[in-house]
Design a binder for this molecule. Structure first.
Ligand code: A3P
Length: 323
């Protein structure tokens, strides 16, 4: 196992040197790999290890997102739904742990130098999150009998959310990243796992092709009708809520537990940090900002709105997906 890992890492070190570079939003630059912009160390290395060493199993659940589209919320909702008979709402793990602790990123397991075989001992269904774009996922994962949930969000809200978030993560010695600069990078597609539009479209098209394997959700719709979509999620996992659960208020309990208001007010999410690796340590409270639809209206200029809308229209034209 060690030897195989070493080979992948050597291969990564060779490839990464050859890739075009783009300006990063934090410190590091991004690299352009097979059409997408990735952080060299975290994302590209993780991706190569996953492609060569990870084996998905039937029953695995993957949460796939473009960053800042609602990953934290969906992690909480999925974790609470698939484990609903395991935990009591008064002592629920989500009351004491950040959603990212309950439902980790696949890349994190693989980058932490743990033997990958440890993943076999995880309880079923295994829950893995990833930002990897659809075209870069290993085909073995797609045909493994596992299922995928994708959540997408209006690009204007994604941009604003990401701009604020990245400024929080930027080292204090650096000047803040201006909205103008963030806007340009985003429009050019140079953002983590971007271009945004190619990311969304990859999963959108795949969800039309394999509707029973890929559930495509939208942040805005989930905010409007969480009950409808939570039921859909549970059905998608083959664990629909029973009439008894409905009458006992289980669905409402899950929605309340995972709501922005509840999660962001918990001690763990106000004071603790999430250590993704030695370089990436994030304060849990930075995962919770406003949790609203349409905050872009408070930040973007009319020129920015027009240009972003135009790009979105062009990229999504004829795909059946609109914002
Ligand atoms: P805002 O910055 O617009 O507030 P991700 O989890 O993919 O990083 O996305 C972060 C966005 O989701 C942030 O958006 C954050 O506030 C919002 N968010 C976090 N928890 C949420 C929840 N429980 N319900 C709704 N939105 C949530």
């Amino acid at each position: 196992e060690d030897e195989d890992y070493r080979k992948t890492i050597e291969n990564y070190e060779e490839i990464v040197k050859t890739l075009p570079k783009g300006k990063g939003w934090m410190t590091d630059h991004l690299v352009h790999y097979k059409g997408f912009w990735l952080t060299p160390f975290g994302a590209l290395k993780g991706l190569m290890l996953i492609r060569e060493h990870f084996k998905a199993k039937p029953g695995d659940i993957f949460l796939t997102t473009f960053p800042k589209s609602g990953t934290t919320w969906l992690k909480a909702l999925i974790f609470a739904t698939v484990n609903r008979t395991r935990y009591d709402f008064s002592t629920h793990p989500l009351l004491k742990n950040c959603p990212h602790d309950c439902f980790p990123f696949l890349d994190a397991y693989i980058n932490e130098n743990q033997p990958i075989s440890n993943l076999d001992t995880l309880p079923s269904p295994r829950l893995f999150a990833t930002h990897i774009p659809y075209p870069l996922l290993p085909t073995s994962m797609i045909y493994s009998g596992s299922c995928f949930v994708y959540i997408c969000r209006n690009p204007k809200d994604v941009l604003v959310s990401k701009w604020v978030f990245m400024n929080k993560l930027r080292p204090k010695e650096l000047p803040p990243l201006s909205l103008e600069e963030a806007f340009e990078l985003f429009c050019e597609g140079i953002s983590h796992y971007g271009p945004y539009w190619e990311h969304v479209l990859g999963f959108w098209k795949a969800s039309l092709e394999y509707p029973d394997k890929i559930l495509f959700l939208r942040y805005e719709e989930m905010k409007k009708e969480p009950l409808v979509y939570l039921k859909r999620l549970a059905e998608f996992f083959g664990q629909p809520f029973s009439p008894e659960e409905e009458s006992e208020g289980v669905i409402h309990e899950i929605i309340r537990l995972c709501s922005f208001e509840n999660l962001s007010s918990l001690e763990v999410n106000k004071t603790k940090v999430k250590r993704f690796n030695n370089q990436l340590v994030i304060e849990n409270r930075d995962f919770f900002r406003k949790g609203k639809v349409g905050d872009w209206q408070n930040h973007l200029t009319s020129e920015m709105i027009e240009r972003l809308d135009q790009i979105t229209e062009e990229k999504l034209h004829g795909t059946g997906l609109t914002f």
